[in-house]
Design a protein around this ligand. Structure first.
Ligand code: ZN
Length: 191
């Protein structure tokens, strides 16, 4: 059990996103989702301000369409927000495991946003559909449910520990001491 809370800051989050593992995953997911041909920028900002269509107050990232809403232009990671959410929820984990969870978290967020890139390419999100989409509460939107389903399923392919983290990320479950012990156990049993 850690005596000091584990933690991460926004610069660590940026480093994580730029590291080799995530880059490799990014390329793999681009081909799996058939978005190899879409050019978008990856951008880092601290927080999301305002409450526009693609986010809520807990926005961790956002896919921004071009002016005509026919392709993705930018994927923005809100790195200060991601660091805060990690620290709020997972600081009871020992640092080594905390950092693994942070990596999984960033992968999850990336895959979720890449699904939105695909939805724009497929015109599921478009100028014609956006009003209808945003008329539905955030958590009930089909585009968000699809993004979370695909992110969870790809993350789960990495193993049982990863599957459990993906499940935790989607729930509001707090980590009590039993859960921390269970995760430590799962982590060390990974192949
Ligand atoms: Zn989303």
């Amino acid at each position: 059990m850690a005596f000091f809370p584990s933690g991460i800051n926004k610069n660590h989050v940026i480093e994580l996103i730029q590291q080799g593992n995530i880059n490799e995953l990014h390329n793999t997911i681009r081909s799996r989702l058939y978005i190899d041909d879409v050019d978008y920028q990856i951008i880092f900002e601290d927080y999301s301000f305002g409450n526009d269509c693609f986010g809520d107050e807990f926005s961790k990232a956002r896919t921004i369409p071009n002016e005509d809403w026919n392709r993705a232009e930018k994927v923005v990671f809100y790195v200060e927000n991601i660091a805060n959410l990690m620290n709020d929820r997972f600081s009871k984990l020992p640092m080594e495991i905390f950092l693994k969870v942070a990596e999984i978290y960033v992968m999850y967020i990336l895959i979720h946003e890449l699904v939105h890139v695909r939805q724009l390419k497929d015109r599921v999100i478009s100028n014609d559909t956006k009003d209808e989409i945003f008329g539905v509460p955030y958590k009930e939107r089909a585009i968000e449910i699809e993004a979370n389903t695909i992110a969870s399923s790809i993350i789960s392919e990495f193993g049982e520990f990863e599957r459990e983290i993906a499940r935790l990320l989607l729930s509001n479950e707090q980590l009590d001491n039993n859960k921390v012990a269970m995760l430590i156990d799962m982590y060390y049993k990974r192949g």
